[in-house]
Design a protein around this ligand. Structure first.
Ligand SMILES: [Zn+2]
Length: 510
């Protein structure tokens, strides 16, 4: 009888870097465009062409490794991995085999972003201890170990068109990649998806990748199997490697499906476990099924050899520390700091740190503001709404953080009404004028003079006897309508708080 089973997942993430040129030649590194327009003898693998590595490529690898808490090697080399595929003209891929650039890192997944059953105390949570280190970090994070990060080149892209023709676009051939390999530390499909999401966020923050999954900038291969306890004995199901998962959803769905399939196979058609072999699978998103592409009987020997055209290279400590200094504050640390410093909510902080540029923009505005919460609200409710509508980024806006902090100060000091805040915002976005200038030009000044407000209130009450009768008859919601009349009469300039108080006072008297 099966007592329990545990899912075990390790990930390999391929991530394209944003260097100006390709990995080993001077061709432009860019997505899309006419096929085969950015190629040369090196990235086409023509005989005699000599590859060269650029410092920028290695530097991005070091930045990524530092951001994922890795040890960076002082000595590394490239190797050839041989296999045949039409998108690989050379017949081998340049990669790093036994001396990768980065090793022994980790990524911490916030428990708060996992379902309750996977949080400490939850019924499906699995927290292990590895070599002197617990993967439960202060009950806040689950630590996933990164075994290695190595540099390699991408291959061309196969296009299967009209259901009958296959084409290859070699623009992608030679695009610089890093491959991030984890230990098998994930124990649920949700953790695997969150791992990919967290890595995407970190690597976008440190600007080594665009991280656009739909453009194939990041792809994940998930290695998954089960540990099953049956009649007091422990068993392992054969490992499946699900290739090329290109969305968070597909990682989650594919792992969930495969875990279920392996459990059924364990019950109905048990296969032996061999740590050296795995089934290679694809994910059919439309049918929601994993599909076997290659079984353990067709084991591939890549015949790794040292790449003879690129010398092994040293990475100096000063090069590493210079690259590492570009990493800066990472998203989770930033969120924790902003929450503590400004007392903002989880939701606000998560949105404000969704990109490093937005976070820096907010912090600049906060620096100049008297009321940071108000400033955050203006960015979240007004500015981001406009950006979303226009499909723009924060770097596309013309106004400066000072514009927002001026508007925030005017609003929180009660200098202008909330209606006027909106008007100033719209004009500011159109003209790029500073709020103080707009407020002056448009004569937006709140009337806080009690004599003037009481005059407006009296006039409204004198001309609306029916509303007063309704109020006396118990319809208290008529106050809102009367307030509207007072604001209208004042041209929107009356301080709404004082006006409401005065109106209520006058109504009591009648
Ligand atoms: Zn090239």
């Amino acid at each position: 009888m099966i007592e329990k089973y545990r899912i075990v997942i390790g990930c390999e993430i391929h991530c394209q870097l944003t260097t100006k040129t390709k990995a080993f030649c001077a061709c432009e590194n860019r997505y899309g465009g006419m096929p085969d327009t950015r190629v040369c003898p090196v990235c086409l693998g023509l005989p005699g062409a000599m590859p060269r590595i650029s410092k920028g490529y290695v530097e991005m690898g070091v930045i990524a490794g530092t951001a994922l808490n890795c040890q960076i090697a002082n000595y590394a080399k490239f190797d050839r991995k041989h296999y045949f595929y039409p998108d690989l003209t050379k017949g081998y891929q340049i990669t790093q085999y036994d001396l990768p650039l980065c090793r022994d890192g980790h990524v911490d997944l916030p428990f708060a972003r996992l379902p309750e059953n996977l949080q400490p105390g939850g019924k499906d949570v699995y927290l292990k201890t590895f070599a002197g280190e617990n993967c439960n970090i202060d009950n806040k994070y689950k630590r996933i170990r990164v075994e290695r990060i190595h540099l390699e080149e991408d291959v061309g892209k196969s296009l299967h068109l009209e259901g009958k023709y296959s084409y290859i676009d070699y623009n992608r051939s030679g695009t610089p990649l890093i491959e991030i390999v984890t230990k098998p530390d994930m124990n649920s499909p949700e953790e695997a998806a969150l791992f990919m999401e967290t890595v995407q966020e970190i690597l976008r923050y440190v600007k080594v990748t665009n991280g656009n999954l739909e453009e194939g900038n990041m792809r994940c291969d998930a290695n998954i199997n089960l540990t099953v306890w049956e009649d007091g004995k422990e068993y392992h199901t054969p490992i499946s490697e699900i290739k090329n998962l290109n969305s968070f959803r597909s990682i989650k769905d594919a792992c969930a499906y495969e875990a279920k399939r392996q459990l059924e196979e364990f019950i109905n058609d048990r296969q032996p476990f061999d740590p050296g072999f795995k089934n290679t699978m694809g994910w059919n998103e439309i049918e929601g099924k994993t599909v076997i592409q290659r079984t353990k009987n067709s084991f591939v020997d890549y015949r790794f050899v040292v790449e003879p055209d690129i010398k092994p290279f040293t990475v100096s400590d000063s090069f590493i520390s210079k690259a590492a200094s570009k990493v800066g504050e990472l998203p989770e640390a930033k969120r924790n700091r902003l929450k503590k410093e400004y007392g903002l909510s989880d939701f606000d902080v998560t949105t404000l740190t969704s990109s490093r540029d937005l976070a820096l923009w907010f912090e600049e505005a906060a620096k100049h503001s008297k009321d940071v919460k108000k400033t955050a609200n203006l960015i979240l409710a007004e500015l981001l709404a406009v950006l979303n509508e226009k499909e723009q980024k924060i770097t596309d806006v013309k106004i400066t953080p000072v514009h927002i902090s001026q508007l925030s100060d005017a609003a929180s000091s009660g200098k202008i009404t909330s209606k006027q805040v909106k008007d100033v915002f719209v004009e500011m976005m159109e003209t790029n004028k500073y709020p103080e200038e707009i407020i002056k030009e448009r004569g937006f000044v709140v009337v806080d003079d009690s004599a003037a407000i009481s005059q407006f209130v009296k006039q409204v009450l004198d001309t609306n006897p029916k509303a007063i009768a309704d109020y006396k008859g118990g319809k208290t919601n008529v106050v809102g309508w009367l307030m509207g009349q007072v604001m209208k009469l004042s041209g929107g300039k009356a301080n709404p708080k004082s006006a409401t108080e005065m109106l209520k006072k006058e109504l009591e008297k009648i």
